[in-house]
Design a protein. Structure first.
Lengths: 545, 383
C-alpha cells in the first residue's frame, strides 16, 4: 500500500511536468509526445480517480496539492480530451473536488473554477461566437445538437479533400491528429480515406503511431474498418500485418484452445486475413509466420489444423475474387512446382467420392517425383513442397481414411503420402516400418473381442518417428470399424494428455471434413461427436484437478 | 395520459427556469426531481418515437406551451450571463432532456453550490444513481470528446478567421432545416415566423450564407416511412427530413422581397448562380429582380460607364457578374439567362453600339467572354 502511494506521488510529478511541457499541444513535438503517452496517462488518471473518489476537497488537496494545476492543464489539451475515456475521468475528478457547502473564499473560488472548467469541457456558449455561431444560438440549439453534426461534417469534408490529389492537405499532420480519436465512430470515414489514399510518394506519409493505433483498435474490435482499408493498412505497414497474424494465432491456439474447426473458420474469416492474403505479398508474410510456428511447435496437430483451415478460407476468398485483379498461383507459392499446386488445389467436394483415391495417387506420384529428384535440388525445396502439402493437409486426412476403408487399390502409395506428411525426410527407412504398422492395424479388423491392450500393442513400437502416423491410422480405425468404436473412449483415456489432445484435434478435423464434404457416415459421425464431447469434458476435468 | 402531459409541462417550465436566475432558489431536491423528470421523459421519447397518437398529443401540448406567455414575465435580462431561457422544448429535445438540463444548470452561475453539487454527483459512476440513471455522465463525456475532436480537425480544413468556414455553415444549414421541420410539425405557418425573426436578428451576410447553403444541400434519398426508426444519435440528418426539406425556406424567400433583394445583391455571384441553377423558381425571381434593377441604371457619358441612381442599389459590375455566372452555369439556367438577355435587348431596340442599352452592353460582355474562352481554351486560362 505504501508502495502504491509512493508510486502515485512520483508519477504525479512526472505527469504534471508532462502536462506543463505539452501546453495545449500546438507544436509537432508536443503532439507526438502526447500521442505516445496517452494510454499510460489514462491509467494514471484512473488511479487518481480511484484515490479521489473517497476524499473531499480538503483531503484531496492535502494528498495532491497540485491537483488543480494538473487537471486544469490537461483539460485544455484537446489531444488528452479527445482520447478514449480521458474526458470522462477528468470530469469525474472535477466532480469529486466540488465542495457542496463552501465555507470560505477558497472553497468558493474552487467551485467557480471547477464550474468554468466543466463548462469549457462540455459546453460551447462560453467559447465565443466563433465556435458555436450566432445562427445556431439563434435557432436555439446547444452542444448536444450541435457537436455531433459538426464533427460529422468535418469528417466528411476532410475525407473528400483527402481523396483529391490537388488539395494540399497535410495528411501526415492529419494522421497525427487522429491518433487520440481513433475509436470515435464519427471519424471512420476519415480513417478510411487516409488509409486508402494512394499518393505518388515513395515513402510512407502517415505516421507509424497512427497505423499502429488503427491496427490495434481494429484487432480489439473497437472500430469496424472496411476490407479495403484494412488491406491498405497491412500493405503499408508490415508490423501491423505481423501483429494481426500473431493475434489471430494467439486467439486460435491459446485463448480458444478447444475451438472446433468451424469456430476457427469464423475467427479466421472475421480477422480479414484470408481476404487480405489474396494479395501475394501479404500471403507470403502470413505464410512465413505459419512456417515459424510450425517449426517452433514441432508441427503439433493444432498448428497443422490452423494452417489447413486458414488455407481453405484463403482459397475461398481467392476464388470469390472474380472481378478484381487476380494474381497467378505461382506468386503465392513461388518455390513449388505448379503442377503440384494445381493438383492440391482441387477441392474434394468437387470430385465424386469414388475418384478420391485416384486423385490421391496422382498427388503421390507428383510428390514422389519431386522428392526423388531431391538429389539435384536443395533441402529447402523439399521442405517447401512439404509445407505446401501441409496447407492442403485435408488430402492426407482423406488418404488415412481411404486406407482404413479398404478402398485403396495400392495402399503403398497412400501410405507413402501419409508418411511424407508426417516425416518429409528419411523416406526409405520408414517405408518398411510404415507398411508393417499398417499391416498390424489391418489385422485388428478381424480381431474380436478387441481390447485396449491390442491397440496399445500396435502403438507401442520401437520406431518413434512414425508414432503420429500410427495414431492417425488407429484413430480412423477406431471411428470406422464396428468393433473399434466400442473401446475408443477407453483407449484414448489411457493416453497421455498431450496425445489425447492430439487425438481430439484429429477427431475435430475429421468431423469438420465430413460435415463440409457432406459425407454420409451416420454412426461414425455420431461416435465422433460423442467422443469429442465426453473427452473434452474429461480433459477439462483432469486439467482442473 | 393527462398525468404525462402535466409532467411534460412541468419539465418544460423547469428546463426554461434552469437557465435563468430564478434557479438561484433551487436546492438538491429540485435538481434531483428535475433530473428524474428528464429521465422519465427520455424513456417516453424512446417509447413513442415512431409517429403515433401519443407523440402527436405530446407535440400538441408542447405547441400550446410555446404560445402561452412566459410564466416569468419573459425577463430576458437576467443578472447571470446566460442566453434567453433556452430553446423551446420540442419532442425530439426530450431525447436529450437530461443533457440539456445538465448543461443549462452547469452554465447557470446563479445556481447555488449544493444544487450543482447534487448534479455533479450524478455524473460520476458511483453517484447516488439508480441503474437507469447511468449514462448521463457518459453522454456528456462523449460530447466533450466530440468537441475536442472538432477542435483538433477543423484547422486542417484551412479556412482562416476572415474566410467563412464551410463546415460551420453546413452544420448551421442542417440545423436550420431541422428547426424548420420542427416548426412545421408544431404548427403550419410557424416556419415563416421563425424565418422572419431570424432575418431581423442576424447579420445579413451570415444569414444569407446559411440560407444559400441550406438551399444547396443535397436532396434526401427518398421519403422515409414511419416504419424506419430515425438515427438515435442524429435526429435531424438531412435524409430524415424527407424529399423536400428546403421547400418552406424557398417559399419564404420567394415571398419576401427584402431578403430576396439582399440575396441577389450580396451573395457571391457564382453561389447565386448555383442556387438559381438548382431552383427554377428562384432563377426566375432573380432574373426578374435583375431586370428590374437594370432599369435603374443609366449611362454616364463623362465616366463612360453605367451607374445607378441609387448609391445603395445595384451596380453595373454586380449586374455583369451575375449575368456572367448565369450564362456560364449549366443548362437550363444559361439558356434562360441568354434568352432573357436577348429579349431584353430586343425590347430596348436591338442596338449594337455600346452605351445605349444596358442589355446590349451585357451581351457584348458575354460574347467577349465566349471569345476569350475559345481563344484561350488551349492555354487553360479558365479558372
Amino acid at each position: 500500500m505504501a508502495q502504491d502511494t509512493l508510486d502515485t506521488s512520483l508519477n504525479f510529478e512526472f505527469w504534471l511536468n508532462k502536462a506543463v511541457a505539452w501546453g495545449q499541444a500546438t507544436t509537432l513535438e508536443s503532439q507526438q509526445d502526447v500521442c505516445l503517452h496517452l494510454p499510460q496517462l489514462q491509467k494514471f488518471l484512473q488511479q487518481i480517480y480511484e484515490t479521489l473518489k473517497h476524499m473531499d476537497f480538503h483531503t484531496a488537496i492535502q494528498r495532491f496539492p497540485l491537483i488543480g494545476q494538473l487537471l486544469g492543464r490537461l483539460c485544455w489539451n484537446p489531444f488528452v480530451i479527445g482520447y478514449d475515456e480521458n474526458q470522462k475521468i477528468l470530469m469525474w475528478c472535477l466532480c469529486c473536488l466540488y465542495c457542496s457547502e463552501p465555507w470560505n473564499t477558497i472553497e468558493l473560488e474552487v467551485n467557480i473554477w471547477i464550474r468554468s472548467l466543466l463548462c469549457h469541457l462540455l459546453s460551447s456558449s462560453k467559447l465565443g461566437l466563433n465556435e458555436v455561431g450566432t445562427v445556431s444560438q439563434a435557432l436555439g440549439y446547444t452542444s448536444p445538437d450541435y457537436y455531433p453534426k459538426l464533427l460529422k461534417n468535418v469528417s466528411t469534408l476532410l475525407s473528400i479533400k483527402i481523396s483529391i490529389v490537388k488539395h494540399r492537405i497535410n495528411r501526415k499532420a492529419m494522421s497525427l491528429l487522429c491518433i487520440p480519436l481513433l475509436t470515435l465512430p464519427d471519424i471512420l470515414p476519415l480513417l478510411e480515406a487516409l488509409l486508402t489514399y494512394q499518393g505518388d510518394e515513395s515513402k510512407e506519409i502517415l505516421c507509424s503511431e497512427f497505423l499502429e493505433g488503427v491496427n490495434e483498435s481494429f484487432l480489439q474490435k473497437k472500430i469496424a474498418l472496411s476490407e479495403s482499408a484494412v488491406l491498405s493498412l497491412w500493405l503499408r505497414h508490415l508490423p501491423s500485418l505481423e501483429k494481426a497474424t500473431l493475434h489471430l494465432f494467439e486467439n486460435l491456439i491459446s485463448r480458444h484452445r478447444n475451438a472446433s474447426p468451424e469456430e476457427m473458420e469464423c475467427f479466421i474469416k472475421d480477422s480479414l486475413l484470408p481476404q487480405a492474403a489474396c494479395h501475394p505479398s501479404i500471403f507470403r508474410i502470413v505464410d512465413e509466420i505459419f512456417w515459424n510456428a510450425l517449426l517452433e511447435t514441432n508441427g503439433t496437430s493444432e498448428v497443422l489444423t490452423v494452417i489447413q483451415v486458414f488455407t481453405r478460407c484463403f482459397v475461398q476468398a481467392f476464388q470469390k475474387n472474380n472481378d478484381q485483379l487476380k494474381f497467378p498461383l505461382k506468386s503465392y507459392f513461388p518455390y513449388t512446382s505448379p503442377s503440384l499446386i494445381m493438383v492440391l488445389l482441387q477441392n474434394p467436394k468437387d470430385l465424386p467420392r469414388g475418384l478420391w483415391c485416384q486423385h490421391l495417387n496422382h498427388i503421390s506420384e507428383i510428390l514422389k517425383k519431386i522428392v526423388e529428384d531431391q538429389s539435384t535440388q536443395s533441402c529447402r525445396s523439399l521442405f517447401e513442397h512439404w509445407f505446401l502439402f501441409i496447407h492442403f493437409g485435408e488430402w492426407a486426412d482423406i488418404a488415412a481414411e481411404e486406407l482404413l476403408m479398404l478402398r485403396a487399390e495400392s495402399p503403398a502409395t497412400l501410405l507413402w503420402l501419409l508418411a511424407f506428411y508426417y516425416n518429409p525426410h528419411d523416406q526409405n527407412q520408414q517405408r518398411t516400418q510404415t507398411m508393417v504398422a499398417h499391416g498390424h492395424i489391418m489385422k485388428l479388423f478381424g480381431r474380436t473381442p478387441l481390447s485396449v491392450k491390442d491397440l496399445q500393442d500396435v502403438t507401442d513400437t520401437r520406431h518413434p518417428r512414425i508414432q503420429r502416423l500410427i495414431r492417425h491410422l488407429l484413430l480412423n480405425f477406431l471411428l470406422l470399424s464396428p468393433d473399434g468404436y466400442k473401446i475408443a473412449q477407453e483407449f484414448i483415456i489411457t493416453q497421455t494428455d498431450e496425445i489425447a489432445s492430439e487425438l481430439l484435434n484429429l477427431i475435430a478435423r475429421i468431423t469438420y471434413r465430413w460435415n463440409r464434404l457432406g459425407v454420409e457416415t451416420q454412426r461414425p459421425a455420431k461416435l465422433a461427436k460423442d467422443l469429442l464431447q465426453e473427452l473434452q469434458c474429461y480433459t477439462m476435468k483432469s486439467e482442473f484437478l | 395520459m393527462e398525468v404525462l402531459l402535466e409532467q411534460l409541462e412541468r419539465f418544460a417550465e423547469v428546463l426554461a427556469v434552469s437557465r435563468t436566475r430564478h434557479a438561484s432558489s433551487w436546492g438538491r431536491v429540485a435538481v434531483r426531481r428535475s433530473l428524474c423528470w428528464a429521465r422519465y421523459l427520455r424513456h417516453v421519447h424512446g417509447r413513442f418515437r415512431l409517429r403515433g397518437p401519443v407523440r402527436a398529443a405530446l407535440e400538441g401540448r408542447l405547441r400550446r406551451l410555446r404560445l402561452r406567455p412566459a410564466p416569468l414575465g419573459g425577463d430576458a435580462a437576467p443578472a447571470a450571463p446566460c442566453p434567453e431561457s433556452g430553446p423551446p422544448l420540442s419532442f425530439e429535445g426530450l431525447g436529450c432532456g437530461e443533457q440539456l438540463l445538465a448543461l443549462g444548470l452547469l452554465e447557470n452561475a446563479s445556481l447555488p453550490s449544493p444544487a450543482l453539487h447534487e448534479l455533479l454527483q450524478r455524473l460520476r459512476p458511483e453517484g447516488p444513481a439508480e441503474p437507469s440513471e447511468e449514462g448521463l455522465g457518459n453522454r456528456l463525456a462523449e460530447l466533450a470528446r466530440r468537441r475536442a475532436a472538432s477542435q483538433l480537425l477543423r484547422p486542417l480544413l484551412g479556412s482562416g478567421p476572415a474566410q467563412p468556414d464551410p463546415v460551420l455553415r453546413r452544420t448551421e444549414a442542417e440545423l436550420l432545416l431541422l428547426r424548420l421541420r420542427q416548426e412545421a410539425e408544431a404548427e403550419p405557418g410557424a416556419e415563416a415566423l421563425l424565418l422572419d425573426r431570424l432575418w431581423q436578428q442576424l447579420p445579413q451576410p451570415r444569414w444569407l450564407a446559411v440560407v444559400a447553403e441550406a438551399l444547396l444541400l443535397p436532396p434526401a434519398p427518398g421519403p422515409r416511412g414511419a416504419a424506419c426508426a430515425p438515427d438515435e444519435d442524429d435526429p435531424g440528418s438531412p435524409s430524415d427530413l424527407g424529399p423536400a426539406p428546403a421547400a418552406p425556406l424557398l417559399a419564404w424567400l420567394l415571398s419576401r422581397p427584402a431578403p430576396l433583394a439582399a440575396l441577389c445583391r450580396l451573395l457571391p455571384a457564382p453561389l447565386l448562380a448555383s442556387l438559381a441553377g438548382r431552383h427554377a423558381d428562384l432563377a426566375e425571381a432573380c432574373l426578374d429582380l435583375l431586370w428590374d434593377w437594370a432599369g435603374h441604371l443609366h449611362f454616364d457619358l463623362t465616366k463612360g460607364a453605367w451607374v445607378g441612381s441609387d448609391p445603395e442599389g445595384l451596380t453595373w459590375e454586380r449586374l455583369r457578374d451575375c449575368f456572367r455566372c448565369f450564362c456560364q452555369a449549366p443548362a437550363p439556367l444559361s439558356l434562360q439567362a441568354r434568352i432573357a438577355l436577348d429579349s431584353c435587348r430586343a425590347r430596348d431596340g436591338g442596338f449594337e453600339a455600346p452605351g445605349l442599352s444596358v442589355w446590349t452592353d451585357l451581351e457584348r460582355e458575354e460574347r467577349s467572354d465566349d471569345f476569350s474562352k475559345i481563344t484561350y481554351l488551349g492555354l487553360n486560362l479558365r479558372f
